[in-house]
Design a binder for this molecule. Structure first.
Ligand code: GDP
Length: 540
């Protein structure tokens, strides 16, 4: 605990305090296919809620992401959707933490890590496009991790699919039973409001210029709705009757156990349905609960402080060469300045510089509770997946790394820059930007970058050149598949052509194969060799 606190807090009071604070927190992420409206929704949520301590932190969308360099520039200039790890705001009496996930499929590993740090997810679906590829992949991660999912059908102000057909699609493709909490009044493209299935009333929306302010919402009784919107209301009622075939009624247990998904209809750009989403998050999404450690024992939220690093980011402020480690708090109270233990090294870690980060704005965090995210500045010892704790030791399970599918040898363009080259690579690796594989044969000057999506190569090369001053040449290798192996199997594997064995920095030996076919021939010809699949990126 902090040595700066003169009087020790009463432990019983502190414990009930932390339980209460955890209970009023909701930590979630939005999963969606690019362009479904994630940034627009984030901005709309922040507009509806009160952004804690940061007026004006949310910037409008400056342009469209396209190329990597665009993305890089965006990272610097654009606010919430790219740079912020977590946006924190208040809604009613609840503190909402919205964790950002990268939009592009090539960064699915980063997204996966963020999803280890949330308690719920909002699946944002474009009304005209339905469930798209990236949405499905991210949904698979939520299912795998047992994260409850709220579905939001967005862009209802534009012509789109039939609402009942969309419910069928959710049921068929996700296996979840949709339980619509609201139902649109007016077809896609003519969004007038929603029938609130919880009270049977009508929430009527009024358009504001460009959705720039919180859209006024009128609560109207069913009888009045029938009088004011006879056709649209009758149609909504008819459809709700038909819903019983594919959809169900909300059941909290079934939602939390991943059997059902509550559904809302919205238009993020007009701010329609955004308030309803915040209410649903507060009323239905789970609060932070005790987290299982690496041995499966649960560390309750009122245990002494613990948390884990789910994201490391550097180069955000070139002038300061800073490096931020984002920690999701799992238990206890975080107080800035407290000395905690870094589980990986057993060493003490002083949390003197703890910050909220909103775009380029920062402010100190003095106290934080389970579910919150703190950014620790210049925490060079902290790597993605590391546990920090106070009191009884705990180590949370390591974060899963995905099976890389693309490989390239990295060489420094300027040989004199070997120091910068080494430092840059160590940094990229500790942030999880790329996996780094090595072998005696290839030597230290030619490590192999292994990635899930090729854009990771571009990000790595860009940062090596611009941030670390060590431009690299990346030479692609012909491999497409990696499996876990062991020392005893190396000779047996590499006797076949189209193979190579390299060691990842976490000690894992990876066997690389040019094709699945080569891997199969090796496995079937030599069944005694150890060859185990890694977690496929399809999961995320
Ligand atoms: P992201 O890639 O998921 O972050 O998507 P954006 O928030 O950038 O939105 C993609 C495009 O869809 C932008 O042009 C938005 O203005 C537009 N958009 C987002 N939400 C809505 C909506 O509710 N209705 C309409 N008509 N357009 C929307």
């Amino acid at each position: 605990m902090s040595t700066t606190t003169a009087a020790r807090p009463d432990p019983a009071a502190a414990s009930s305090d932390v339980v209460g604070e955890a209970a009023r927190r909701r930590t979630f992420a939005v999963i969606s296919h690019p362009d479904a409206g994630k940034s627009t929704l984030t901005e709309a949520l922040a507009l509806h809620a009160r952004v804690i301590g940061q007026a004006g932190a949310v910037h409008g969308k400056a342009g469209r992401r396209g190329t990597v360099s665009d993305w890089m520039d965006m990272e610097r200039t654009r606010g919430i959707s790219i740079t912020s790890a977590a946006l924190q705001f208040a809604h009613r009496d609840t503190v909402v933490n919205l964790l950002d996930t990268p939009g592009h499929a090539d960064f699915s590993e980063d997204t996966y890590r963020v999803l280890t740090a949330v308690d719920a997810a909002v699946m944002l679906v474009d009304a005209a496009k339905g469930l798209e590829a990236q949405t499905m992949k991210l949904f698979a991660v939520c299912r795998h991790r047992g994260i409850p999912v709220v579905t939001v059908v967005n862009k209802w102000d534009r012509p789109g699919r039939d609402a009942l057909a969309l419910m069928d699609e959710v049921a068929e493709r996700t296996g979840l039973t949709p339980t619509p909490l609201t139902w649109p009044v007016g077809i896609a493209g003519d969004f007038r409001g929603v029938l609130d299935r919880r009270d049977g009333g009508y929430r009527r929306y009024t358009r504001t210029a460009g959705g720039a302010t919180v859209a006024p919402e009128e609560h109207v009784s069913a009888a009045e709705a029938a009088a004011r919107e006879p056709e649209a209301w009758a149609r909504a009622l008819e459809e709700v009757d038909l819903l019983t075939a594919t959809a169900g009624e909300h059941d909290q247990e079934l939602f939390l156990s991943g059997v059902t998904t509550p559904v809302l209809f919205a238009s993020a750009v007009s701010n329609f349905g955004v308030g309803a989403l915040l209410d649903v998050l507060v009323d239905l999404a789970p609060a932070p609960a005790g987290r299982p450690d690496a041995d499966g024992a649960v560390r309750p939220v009122d245990a002494p402080f613990s948390g884990f690093v789910f994201k490391v980011q550097s180069g955000m402020d070139a002038a300061h060469r800073d490096r931020l480690a984002y920690v999701r708090i799992c238990s206890g109270v975080f107080e800035r300045g407290m000395v905690v233990t870094h589980a990986a090294s057993g060493r003490p870690f002083t949390t003197k510089y703890a910050q909220h980060v909103f775009g380029r704005e920062r402010e100190s965090i003095d106290v934080a509770y389970p579910g919150d995210v703190v950014g620790l500045v210049n925490a060079s010892a902290l790597h993605v997946g590391d546990t920090l704790y106070a009191g009884p030791p705990v180590a949370f399970p390591p974060l899963t790394t995905f099976a890389p599918e693309h490989f390239a040898v990295a060489r420094s363009v300027e040989t004199a820059k070997h120091k910068q080259f080494r430092r840059g690579i160590a940094q990229l690796e500790s942030e999880g930007v790329v996996q780094v594989l090595r072998s005696d044969r290839r030597g230290d000057a030619a490590p192999v970058f292994a990635v899930v999506g090729p854009m990771q190569f571009e990000v790595a090369a860009h940062r090596m050149a611009h941030e670390f001053g060590a431009p690299v040449h990346l030479e692609p290798l012909p491999y497409g598949l990696a499996m876990r192996t062991d020392e005893a199997s190396v000779a047996g594997i590499t006797a076949s052509s189209g193979t190579e064995v390299l060691r990842r920095s976490d000690g894992e030996l990876l066997a690389l194969f040019t094709t699945k076919w080569v891997a199969r021939v090796v496995r079937e010809g030599k069944p005694h060799l150890t060859l185990e699949p890694l977690v496929a990126a399809q999961l995320g």
